[in-house]
Design a binder for this molecule. Structure first.
Ligand code: NAI
Ligand code: UGA
Length: 468
């Protein structure tokens, strides 16, 4: 099938590559010439496991093209996926300017029947706006009534997770398709069914519904997941106060199949490009419709505060003024296996340490380039603070002479470091762990002062008279 993907970011590039991998003829459009140049010279502008290999393979077979040519992109695809960004506007609502611009271009250059797929996360009612924009452009070309230029707007939200995007796309839990039941909608449904059949042979995972419900489903899913995280984070703070272990509690509640084990990890708050903006946008949609979403307001507030919890633990142990202290920070990306630093908890945490006068030496396995780009922007008004932030090229390099190690992202390679070596190079054996990677008792036995999230601080009584 001939497919156009508008926007080659995390979602667009993965969708395009995966659709090309199963044999489609895919044209990827982006307005950013830098991204297109990288892709055309064999590179991949983002880090996503498995993606580079698929792109190299499909490009070699001529099944995927990258271009900034808008007209050619519209003419290419019978199916046009809109996968552009929908960042938060100043009031928290989703900014639809890129989506509507993509729609305008489709109307401007359409050369036949088009299935227009909203893949971006967009508020309820957006498909209608996309339809109106395309119709207005066709009308302006005198093609308003042309049967040959019919189109249908489909909502097909994406549920992939960064760091596991290729896998999630290739093996989806479900494929949600919101579609109209008019004649163009029925034609679109046949195309969508054929397109997704290889991922879903018996079609048992495809959920057809009306367009508004599909748009809403995406927000409700992210809101539910964000709620679980804020719930566990709030429980972890209480666990700290009452001397319980949130990891034991997690296992205790997760064993109930109605709760389940997934997505119950307390930490330094959720980040990324989606939960923060989608929770905000849903709160905004509700407000526009005369309703308050009180649970989601609290989810956001708890998440905001959670990003400070590790700093509070550091201040409690080392004092408010951190001048002259050096911190080794492991992990900058908002989660492992990605270079994405949008809303990453590391940004607030590092800024807070620097604001208290500390030196920070940070390391991340893949997000260093992105970190070098975002911190100067975050700290544009604080050049002195920025000058106290340096980046190391290995986790070990951060440690020498540091007053403490701070863990922000749970990369696999941080899970089992050589603790004896770590102790010998740190100035003092102290770890602040925002991802609960280690066992408090084991740390105490190793003589490491270990502070985690919602887990007891263990101190062994080693003096002989104290044991008696
Ligand atoms: N990142 C993720 O894991 C997921 C994102 N989503 C949603 O998918 C959408 C895209 O997200 P990302 O891929 O993360 O965004 P992104 O920011 O990585 O990529 C968006 C791309 O669209 C391009 N673009 C903007 N306007 C354009 C236009 N008129 N024509 C062509 N290209 C244009 C930009 O240059 C950029 O490369 C958002 O609505 C997001 O909420 C949904 C599920 C997962
Ligand atoms: O709409 C989106 O963009 C996507 O948002 C999330 O995916 P993503 O943001 O890539 O990553 P997650 O694995 O969901 O993690 C989000 C944040 O929550 C945090 N998290 C996750 C799980 C957990 O138990 N605890 C926790 O603190 C992570 O550290 C991370 O900061 C959803 O999981 C995807 O289904 C969705 O498609």
């Amino acid at each position: 099938m001939k497919i156009t993907i508008i926007g080659t970011g995390y979602v667009g590039l993965v969708t395009g590559a995966c659709l090309a991998e199963i044999g489609n003829d895919v044209f990827c459009l982006d307005v950013d010439p830098r991204k297109i140049d990288i892709l055309n010279s064999g590179g991949v502008p983002i880090h996503e496991p498995g993606l580079q290999e698929i792109i190299a393979r499909t490009r070699a077979h001529g099944r995927i093209t990258f271009s900034t040519d808008v007209k050619a992109s519209v003419e290419h695809g019978d199916v046009q996926f809109i996968a552009v960004g929908t960042p938060p506007d100043e009031d928290g609502s989703a900014d639809l300017q890129y989506v509507l611009e993509a729609a305008r271009n489709i109307g401007r250059y359409s050369n036949g029947f088009k299935v227009v797929v909203d893949k971006s996360t967009v508020p309820v009612g957006t498909a209608e706006r996309v339809r109106a924009v395309i119709a207005a452009e066709l009308e302006a070309r005198g093609l308003g009534d042309s049967a040959a230029h019919r189109f249908s707007v489909v909502s097909n939200p994406e549920f992939l997770k960064e760091g596991a995007a290729v896998d999630d796309f290739m093996r989806p839990d479900r494929i949600v398709i919101g579609i109209d039941d008019d004649e163009a909608g029925l034609r679109a449904r046949e195309k969508m069914k054929r397109l997704y059949a290889p991922f879903n042979r018996n079609h048992e995972r495809t959920l057809y519904m009306d367009v508004r419900s599909a748009e809403f489903t995406k927000y409700a899913a992210n809101a539910m997941l964000a709620t679980r995280i804020s719930f566990m984070n709030e429980m972890s703070n209480l666990a700290d106060r009452v001397g319980a272990d949130i990891e034991a509690v997690r296992r205790g509640i997760g064993s109930d199949p109605r709760i389940g084990y997934h997505f119950l990890y307390a930490g330094v708050g959720y980040g990324g490009s989606c939960f923060p903006k989608d929770v905000q946008a849903l709160v905004r949609t509700a407000a526009e419709n005369g309703q308050r979403l009180r649970i989601l307001e609290a989810v956001e507030e708890v998440n905001h505060d959670q990003k400070q919890v590790l700093v509070e633990k550091i201040v409690q142990r080392l004092g408010e003024d951190l001048t002259g202290r050096t911190f080794a920070v492991w992990g900058l990306a908002f989660k492992p296996n990605t270079d994405d630093m949008r809303e990453a908890p590391s940004r607030r945490l590092i800024a807070a340490l620097l604001a208290r006068g500390a030196q920070v030496r940070a390391y991340d396995p893949v997000a260093l380039d992105e970190a070098r780009r975002v911190f100067p922007l975050d700290l544009a008004d604080a050049p002195d603070a920025l000058s106290r932030l340096t980046f190391a090229t290995s986790q070990d390099e951060t440690l020498a002479g540091a007053d403490a190690l701070v863990i922000v992202t749970e990369w696999k390679e941080f899970k089992s470091p050589d603790f004896t070596h770590l102790k010998s190079v740190l100035k003092a054996p102290v770890i602040f762990d925002g991802r609960n990677l280690y066992e408090p008792l084991a740390m105490a036995e190793l003589g490491i002062d270990y502070y985690a999230i919602g887990r007891p601080y263990v101190q062994l009584e080693t003096a002989p008279d104290a044991r008696a």
